[in-house]
Design a protein around this ligand. Structure first.
Ligand code: PEP
Ligand code: MG
Length: 764
């Protein structure tokens, strides 16, 4: 690599970092063109952006052309060299641009002095965003180094540009609108609270408290929690042969955490000086850091700083933060661990915005379970919205910041309309799912988080189709005991007495983690997940199974199913452990306890080809379509960048679903769908058309899907299913169900996504 090349490579990273730190697209572009010109040594760098209709490329920034032409000079797509790069979406490197027949002279830009031209398209998710150009006075081709520099930069810039363009300022300048991915439908209007887990000492502002004892308790609880985690981590490191690391870890953080003088000093700041816990930690830490400055022990300095920041992050985290909130808030996070969602119901979170996760991530699925309007997969400076007025429009996947009064009142009207529609659905909430032609469709509940406090819940469902046991595990600090689990399980079995409750054994790993079972993997979705973990840790599984059976002793409505099964041996192993557990509990209670119904989730493509064998081993199947689609299409369900490929109507998906339904049906084994597809009105129509008669979903969708089921004709849908199975493209398949729904008068139920929200009118 020559000098010039390595200089450019270095510049690449710097440019991306600097440009993404800019707060507006115009500033970012202005910086970008100057930086590129400097790094390449070209005489001019310009960026053209395509308009919304995809017709014109307009000069958006330049260093070298006439700045007065910015925002004015434009070329039709295909016109001139810039238009041609855009249209062909191909790089163009010319030594003598003006002599090219495609060259178009724009008098206003002043480019007569330039000869060489290198243009590269900027493309995001397959769509042209603009063209980046460098030019020079010399008649020479730029060549491979500049080409690869510009191509790399344009790829890196594309997401920044796409995202910035997605946020628009209203004419009135009073709203910023961001589009993300659909989370949970519904609208929330409140102030935003940004939760960031990593707090720096400098982030903390000194504050006093009227409740010193509460603050002192908070501090000590946090320290205790950290001590427990560190003990576990040390144990884990020791067990995995990392003894030295464990020693270093303990002697660094551990000794500080256990240091009573540190704790005493913090206590004094809180009790004697009336500081909040976080202010006290900051004061003590900074005092000690100042003492250490100038000494040789740099490691101790860093340990103290890092540990204080860890304590601060814990102190200022969501739990302590929101517990002080007196009114409803919209919680804004970069990436929220699924376990934290479980905390929502304790606090006043009425809306939820997450930057990183996609709408099918576990975090989003759990938020949906609570029925909280949410949008995910957004990109913007999260700190910029802390404390601002925000509207979360889950249905349209939009977040509006600082809306004007008129926009707020329009949204309030929409909330009323949404509520009226909900009321319409819920008027029938105790009615059974029977289609117009008499086909009984069982509609069950996905539970785990929100079912306990709801009254009349069993009367609104045909049972629990998926009880996510891991959610309760996530709320614990260590593995729950058999007795503790037994209590949880009896409570739901009792609540649903007379109706089946399908409990899924512990499903962690992937994007669901337990703080007390840290799993470090480079590819967690293909890693130690679901039943793989419980088969490897039979004592955890056995405790859970025993707790379930014990809990079911007085109720008799338990069904058990396994998540993430990918091979027959997993089923055999768990079945054996289950039989042992049943025998043990029978002996314990001195009465014969029958085996509960036993099933598997179909979530991994390998088991699609194992149906014959599985049919012999299990009583029922349930399709975890979130995972099945993820693995079938090789699309990470939690990655917003590829969310558009997580395609429910993909021909492979519907053919696979049809095959599974047929296979199970031939063997007279019940088969249900408990993934998000069942809760989506169009998805539910598709499932019915493939022959499914059991759907399980979050509470918030139960009454909508019930309403829909009672207004469709099952036999007609089966005919549509036959047609769908022959189609090669998902758009055509999806359209079949849209057409059916509209013809059945269900446009309101399915077409909510097409509703124009107020911001659409105002943002143009
Ligand atoms: C699924 O994968 O569809 C499912 C129901 O399980 P989870 O979303 O909890 O992985
Ligand atoms: Mg799953």
């Amino acid at each position: 690599m020559d000098d010039r090349q390595s200089k450019m490579l270095l510049a690449l990273r710097q440019i991306t970092e600097n440009v993404s730190a800019q707060s507006s697209l115009n500033e970012a572009i202005a910086l970008l063109v100057v930086s590129i010109r400097n790094a390449t040594g070209a005489d001019c760098c310009s960026l053209y952006l395509i308009d919304e209709l995809g017709e014109y490329l307009t000069l958006a920034g330049t260093d070298g052309l006439d700045k007065k032409a910015v925002g004015k000079a434009r070329l039709r797509l295909g016109e001139g060299l810039v238009g041609s790069v855009g249209q062909k979406q191909e790089l163009l490197d010319l030594a003598d641009a003006p002599s090219d027949p495609k060259f178009k002279y724009l008098p206003e830009v002043g480019e007569d002095k330039f000869f060489s031209f290198l243009g590269v398209p900027i493309i995001y998710q397959g769509e042209l965003l603009g063209v980046l150009v460098i030019q020079s006075r010399e008649k020479r081709q730029f060549g491979a180094v500049e080409e690869s520099f510009l191509v790399t930069l344009s790829a890196q810039m594309s997401s920044i540009i796409a995202v910035s363009r997605a946020s628009k300022e209203e004419d009135t300048g009073c709203v910023r609108r961001y589009r993300g991915e659909q989370g949970t439908g519904g609208i929330a209007i409140a102030k935003a609270v940004v939760w960031q887990p990593d707090v720096l000492l400098s982030d903390v502002t000194i504050q006093h408290t009227n409740e010193p004892y509460v603050q002192q308790e908070l501090f000590h609880q946090t320290v205790f929690q950290l001590q427990t985690e560190m003990d576990l981590n040390t144990l884990h490191m020791n067990e995995s042969g990392q003894k030295e690391a464990a020693f270093g870890y303990m002697s660094g953080y551990g000794s500080l955490l256990d240091d009573p003088t540190f704790q005493d000093e913090v206590d004094t700041e809180i009790l004697a000086n009336g500081m909040t816990a976080s202010s006290a930690v900051k004061i003590v830490a900074e005092r000690r850091l100042a003492d250490l400055e100038g000494e040789d022990d740099h490691d101790r300095y860093l340990d103290l700083r890092d540990l204080s920041e860890i304590i601060l992050s814990r102190l200022m985290n969501f739990t302590s933060y929101t517990s002080e909130l007196s009114e409803e808030v919209i919680l804004v996070v970069r990436n929220l661990p699924a376990a934290m969602v479980a905390e929502f119901k304790r606090y006043r979170v009425c809306g939820f915005v997450s930057m990183d996760s996609a709408s099918n991530s576990h975090t989003a699925v759990l938020a949906r379970d609570l029925g909280i309007p949410s949008v995910s997969g957004l990109f913007f400076d999260i700190n910029s919205i802390n404390g601002r007025d925000v509207i979360v429009d889950g249905l349209n996947a939009e977040v509006l910041v600082d809306p004007s009064q008129s926009v707020v009142s329009e949204y309030r009207q929409l909330m009323t309309l949404d509520r009226e529609q909900e009321d319409l659905f819920s008027k029938e909430k105790f009615e059974k799912g029977i289609t117009l032609d008499g086909q009984r469709i069982e509609i069950k509940l996905n539970a785990g988080l929100s079912q306990e406090e709801m009254t009349n819940l069993p009367e609104q469902t045909d049972g629990v189709g998926l009880y996510r046991t891991e959610i309760s595990f996530m709320l614990c600090k260590s593995f729950p005991s058999e007795a503790q689990q037994c209590q949880w399980y009896s409570s739901i079995l009792k609540q649903f007495k007379g109706k089946s409750v399908t409990m899924r054994t512990l499903d962690v790993g992937g994007d669901k983690s337990l703080s007390y079972l840290p799993i470090e993997e480079s590819n967690p979705l293909l890693g130690w997940r679901g039943v793989r973990i419980t088969v490897d840790q039979p004592q955890i599984l056995k405790t859970q199974l025993r707790a379930m059976i014990l809990a079911n002793k007085d109720h008799g409505n338990l069904e058990i199913m396994l998540p993430m099964v990918s091979r027959l041996s997993e089923v055999n192993t768990v079945k054996k452990i289950l039989k042992d557990a049943v025998r043990e509990i029978s002996e314990l209670s001195q009465k014969e306890i029958p085996m509960p119904k036993f099933g598997v989730m179909l979530e991994v493509p390998s088991v699609v080809y194992m149906m014959d064998e599985l049919i012999k081993e299990v009583d029922f199947f349930s399709i975890g379509s979130n995972d099945l689609i993820q693995y079938l299409l090789a699309v990470d369900r939690g990655n917003p960048k590829v969310a558009r490929f997580l395609d429910t109507f993909h021909p492979a998906v519907i053919r696979c679903l049809y095959y599974l339904c047929e296979k199970a049906g031939q063997a007279h084994k019940p088969i249900a769908v408990c993934g998000e597809i069942a809760a989506n009105p169009l998805g539910a129509l598709m499932l019915l058309s493939l022959g499914y008669t059991e759907l399980s979903m979050n509470y918030s969708e139960l009454s909508r899907i019930g309403y829909l089921v009672r207004r469709v004709n099952f036999k007609d849908l089966l005919e549509i299913g036959k047609k769908a199975l022959k189609l090669p493209h998902s758009e055509e398949i999806r359209q079949l169900y849209i057409d059916y729904a509209i013809a059945a008068g269900l446009d309101k139920v399915i077409a909510q996504n097409l509703v124009k929200r107020p911001a659409d009118k105002t943002a143009n």
